[in-house]
Design a protein around this ligand. Structure first.
Ligand code: AMP
Length: 281
């Protein structure tokens, strides 16, 4: 497995893979890998000849008061996990290489970045789309795999790829979870013991929403009230948002019906950790 820091080293290597007729699969990450990340890499591994993983904690997607400096990291462990899985290349660029002095270009999708997570993280998705497009331009993958855990991110990236005619197939892999249903996240490391126990309410509330819809409930506000009640019963939980939306357009749904693709997505803070989860119905 090759570990590469320099764009100038990675680009000719990727060019050579393409000339050799290899199909390139790519999984961008911010590192501190868990089983959710690894499951995305397995998806790419299966459909491609070459697996490239990037590890880059992208400063452009963190707001000024967010956890950029505290973001957990264990590069050697990450390298070992990627190698054991059959990874071919890990790309770990520096901040200065990705955003040199005088950097001025940003890629944004209209509307979608300003709802849900965008309300409390106004520059987040601009940072995400910009870094993902930059990484696509450097790696030139045939396939890139993202996680359903970050549902809004996956939808925004798909939109950017369609709108800008980017020649890459986007796949979205299912959310990896702890045995109690908590979505795996690098940020789970911030949770205290009590917060960790309380956080299992997220998946329970989403499952409760599913049950209500399956039992015939059609009012989003009734479903949302029940979810809020469940989550607020946990002392350490502070709800950022819970939304019920169309799973492809992210249009808000006030009435749900079983013939729609429904996304119920939430962000809830437990102490220092802001956790996301969602369910597709
Ligand atoms: P991150 O390192 O948090 O930026 O995530 C890198 C990629 O892994 C993104 O596509 C995430 O959506 C995805 N991801 C994060 N957590 C999970 C999870 N629990 N299951 C599956 N994919 C995940």
């Amino acid at each position: 497995m090759k570990i590469i820091k320099e764009k100038s080293q990675l680009q000719p290597l990727m060019e050579q893979f393409r000339l050799d007729g290899k199909r390139i699969g790519f999984v961008p990450t911010m590192g501190y890998l868990h089983e959710g990340h690894l499951s995305l890499m397995r998806i790419a591994r299966e459909v491609c000849d070459v697996l490239v993983v990037s590890i880059f904690v992208n400063p452009a997607q963190f707001g000024p008061t967010e956890d950029l400096d505290a973001y957990p990291s264990d590069l050697q462990r990450d390298f070992d996990l990627i190698e054991a899985l059959g990874g071919d290349v890990v790309f770990t660029p520096s901040n200065a290489a990705m955003y040199p002095d005088g950097y001025k270009t940003w890629v944004t999708v209209d509307d979608l970045p300003h709802i849900m997570c965008g309300l409390s993280r106004p520059i987040h998705f601009r940072g995400v789309t910009t870094i993902v497009l930059k990484l696509f331009n450097i790696v030139k993958p045939h396939v890139a795999v993202f996680g359903q855990k970050d549902a809004q991110q996956a939808i925004i990236i798909r939109k950017m790829v369609t709108d800008l005619d980017i020649d890459v197939e986007i796949k979205v892999g299912p959310t990896g979870r702890e045995p109690d249903g908590l979505a795996l996240s690098s940020r789970n490391k911030y949770l205290t013991k009590i917060e960790r126990a309380d956080a299992s309410i997220l998946q329970q509330s989403l499952q409760q929403a599913r049950k209500m819809i399956e039992a015939g409930e059609t009012s989003s506000s009734v479903i949302l009230s029940e979810m809020r009640r469940m989550i607020q019963a946990k002392n350490t939980a502070e709800i950022d948002y819970i939304d019920i939306r169309h799973a492809e357009t992210l249009e808000e749904l006030t009435i749900v019906s079983p013939d729609q693709l429904i996304l119920i997505a939430l962000a809830v803070k437990f102490g220092k950790a802001r956790l996301l989860d969602n369910i597709l119905i």
